[in-house]
Structure formats: structure tokens, C-alpha cells
Design a protein around this ligand. Structure first.
Ligand SMILES: *Cc1c(COP(=O)(O)O)cnc(C)c1O
Ligand code: SF4
Length: 413
């Protein structure tokens, strides 16, 4: 009898707690419906795609061909205006900014833009705004990349891993790009001789166990060059893992071809980190690209950049990270935007980032929670920042704050 009433009491308490948790979930569930995702906007995408194809007099087959997409990147105001209605002022501004900073948008990424909303997060990432020219305070090279360059195309800031910059080409020139300095006026891949020198450096330094191929966008390399580079890296016994940094799953998913995947599959383990910044970018096309990469044995992660008016609210970040998990892309980092000249209008307050981290932890899957990072200036490295959960710590106890704000005394002996 006593046992039964204890069980009953426990069940009642559990139900009460479950109800409390349900009430915590409901407000976001209601707000979530208003946050657009690539999947929800599928019909709009198909319409835009067909409209762009008609304008270019091209076929669906062209659309699926990444070379066609690259050849037809929109870099000309007149063509842009045919595809996306712009105010006279917006058009003037694009022309003006274009004289200082180049712009290029893949037809695919353009098709995700909302033609009726100048604050559309896709437009903000792809279309130049006059603010780029009004920012006179930022630095060209806040990361001091020029000083962490021990060999051609190599950036080394950490004990056991490094970056090879293989190209300055990208499918689109993101307006918030943190590497603007390198994304010059002309597209160029590093030469074989330069890459060879980078490989020589890696071969000569046995502590390097993790090599990150990036740019620009590493998947702008031809299959041939990429194949050669991966094969070379694979042949270095101390290189345990290879990583590729690329935004093509977001801006040019057709780059993920069967041929590319058959190359990647030959050189495991390969980790690819990409940069989805908004749930609208998580489309059926992006999923197809992710599925193919995963079938090739690649492990996928996401490095979002926290951008003002694009993704600087908890709701959008929760939705982004949940959408990414659905397509098997694991949120890895959220970067606080560095102060690169021409990007000041994208930089949120650090408090925004902290608030987002606070609203993720506990409220949603741990898998949906990336690490929030500030890149220390001068190439001093990625520095994690997070809300304070450890309030004090001494020999006797730790004082902790839980995700719900309960204060806990936890023994430390
Ligand atoms: C970001 C970065 C890496 C990789 O850092 P992880 O924290 O291991 O992802 C490596 N080298 C350089 C120079 C970097 O900027
Ligand atoms: S893909 Fe990356 S490197 Fe290229 S423009 Fe965008 S943010 Fe910059």
C-alpha cells in the first residue's frame, strides 16, 4: 500500500514537471511557424528557378550543372535587375559599392532571395549595400593572417593543425566575408608549385595531424586538382584527418556531384565544414548535397557567422540548428563576426551571441548547440565564450546555475 502511494506520488510529480517543461516548449513552437525555412519555401524556389532559367534561356539540366551556375554568376546590375526588382536607390548603391568591392551571386543562391523584402536574409548576404562603403573603421586583416604564414598558402595558429588556402574563388562573394582581403578582384587558384611547397611543409612537420583545405572555397578547385591534393595528403602518414572548408552546400549545392563524391570517398577520414547562416538556406537541394557527401563517408559540420539582422536572434538560431540536424549537418561553431573593413553593419553585440547560447542550452538538443567563438585578433586563436554557469568554485563546493536559473551547490571533494 505504502509503496503504491509512493509510486503514485512520484508519477504525479513527474507529470507536473512534464507539464512545466511542455509550457516552456510551447512559446517557441508557436513562434517557429513564422520563421521561414528552405523546405517551407520550396514552391517559391521552384518558381524563381524557372523564372531565372527562362531569362537565361537555359534548361533544368543547365541549372543542375555547377559549371553552368559558375559561368552564369550574376555580376552585372542590368541582369540582376531583370531577375530581381530593385529600387532605384538600391540599384545605384550596388553600382557604387561594386566599384570598390566585387560581387557575384550564383543563380541558385539568387533564386532563394525574396524579391519583395529588402531585409531578406539571403539578399543581405548576397547583395551589396551602401553601408559597405560607409565603414571606415575596420581593418583589412584583423586576423593577422599575414603573420601566421610559415609557408606558401599555409596559415598556422595551433600546435597540431593548419590551414592550406588553395584558392580565392567562391561561388558567391558573401557581403560579410571575413576574408575579403584575399577575395581580390581576380579569381585565382594557387599554383601546383605553391601547393607543392605547402605539402612539403606539412611533410616536414610531423606534429601536423589535421589539415584544413580552405580558401576562398576549397570546392572551387577542379576535381582533378582536389583529387591530387587529397591523394598527396593521404600519403603523409602523420596527417590523420583532412578537412575541407566550403560554402557550396549553401550557395552552389550542384557542385556536390557523384564524381566529386567518388573522389572524396577514397581518402577518409574527411570532415567538411560549411556555413549555413539562416534556416532559409536549408533547402531540399542542400539536403541532397548533404546526403551525397554523407554517402561518401564525409562528416558534416556547420560554422555559422552571427550576423546582425540575419540570424542574431535566439529563435532563428534555434531553428537554423534544428533544421541542420534534420539534414545531418552538426552545428559546430557560431563565429562572432570580426571587424573586417566594409562589414561593420553586420556585427552584432556580444550580448546577442551570449543570449542566443543561453536560450539554446537546455531548451533544445545538445546536438543543436555549437560553440560560440570570438577569433582573437592577431591570429591568437579561437576563443570560446559562453554564459556563466559556474558562479564560484573553491575547495569545498562549486556554485552552479542550471539552464533554468536554479542555483545549485555541488560538492567538490
Ligand atoms: C580555425 C582554424 C583551424 C581549425 O580550428 P578548430 O578549432 O580545430 O576547428 C586551424 N587553423 C587555423 C589557422 C584556423 O583559423
Ligand atoms: S564563401 Fe567564405 S570565403 Fe567565400 S566569400 Fe563567402 S564567406 Fe568569404
Amino acid at each position: 500500500m505504502a509503496v503504491e502511494s509512493k509510486e503514485l506520488n512520484e508519477r504525479l510529480q513527474s507529470l507536473h514537471r512534464a507539464n512545466e517543461l511542455k509550457l516552456k516548449a510551447i512559446p517557441y513552437m508557436n513562434r517557429k511557424e513564422k520563421i521561414p525555412t528552405g523546405f517551407l519555401l520550396k514552391d517559391e524556389y521552384l518558381q524563381s528557378r524557372d523564372r531565372i532559367l527562362t531569362t537565361f534561356k537555359a534548361t533544368l539540366e543547365d541549372w543542375e550543372n555547377w559549371h553552368w551556375q559558375m559561368k552564369n554568376r550574376i555580376t552585372d546590375l542590368q541582369i540582376l535587375q531583370e531577375l530581381l526588382p530593385l529600387t532605384e536607390q538600391a540599384a545605384q548603391d550596388i553600382l557604387e559599392v561594386g566599384r570598390t568591392y566585387r560581387w557575384a551571386i550564383s543563380p541558385y543562391y539568387l533564386s532563394l532571395m525574396d524579391s519583395s523584402n529588402p531585409w531578406d536574409p539571403i539578399r543581405l548576404q548576397g547583395l551589396p549595400r551602401i553601408e559597405e562603403l560607409l565603414d571606415l573603421t575596420g581593418e583589412e586583416d584583423p586576423m593577422g593572417e599575414a603573420f601566421t604564414n610559415p609557408a606558401p598558402c599555409i596559415t598556422r595558429r595551433y600546435p597540431d593543425r593548419l590551414i592550406i588556402n588553395v584558392t580565392n574563388l567562391c561561388a558567391m562573394y558573401c557581403r560579410h566575408c571575413q576574408r575579403r582581403r584575399n577575395i581580390g578582384e581576380t579569381d585565382s587558384h594557387e599554383t601546383r608549385a605553391q601547393l607543392q611547397a605547402a605539402l612539403d611543409y606539412i611533410r616536414a612537420n610531423p606534429e601536423i595531424r589535421d589539415v584544413l583545405i580552405t580558401g576562398g572555397d576549397a570546392l572551387m578547385l577542379s576535381d582533378l586538382t582536389l583529387h591530387w591534393l587529397l591523394e598527396e595528403l593521404h600519403s603523409i602518414p602523420h596527417v590523420e584527418i583532412k578537412r575541407i572548408g566550403t560554402r557550396v552546400p549553401v550557395t552552389l549545392p550542384m557542385r556536390i556531384t557523384d564524381e566529386l563524391c567518388s573522389i572524396l570517398a577514397q581518402y577518409p577520414p574527411i570532415y567538411i565544414n560549411t556555413q549555413f547562416n539562416h534556416p532559409k538556406e536549408v533547402t531540399a537541394e542542400a539536403k541532397k548535397a548533404a546526403d551525397k557527401l554523407i554517402s561518401a563517408g564525409v562528416v558534416l559540420g556547420n560554422q555559422a557567422v552571427l550576423l546582425k539582422n540575419i540570424n542574431d536572434t535566439p529563435d532563428i538560431m534555434i531553428r537554423l540548428n534544428q533544421e541542420l540536424l534534420k539534414i545531418r549537418v552538426r552545428p559546430y561553431y557560431i563565429f562572432h563576426a570580426k571587424h573586417v573593413k566594409g562589414t561593420h553593419h553586420f556585427i552584432p553585440k556580444i550580448e546577442n551571441g551570449l543570449d542566443i547560447m543561453e536560450k539554446l542550452r537546455g531548451f533544445t538538443s545538445g546536438l543543436a548547440i555549437p560553440t560560440y567563438i570570438i577569433n582573437a585578433p592577431g591570429g591568437k586563436g579561437k576563443t570560446p565564450i559562453l554564459p556563466q554557469y559556474l558562479l564560484s568554485l573553491d575547495d569545498e563546493e562549486a556554485t552552479l546555475r542550471t539552464w533554468e536559473g536554479n542555483i545549485i551547490h555541488y560538492p567538490n571533494y
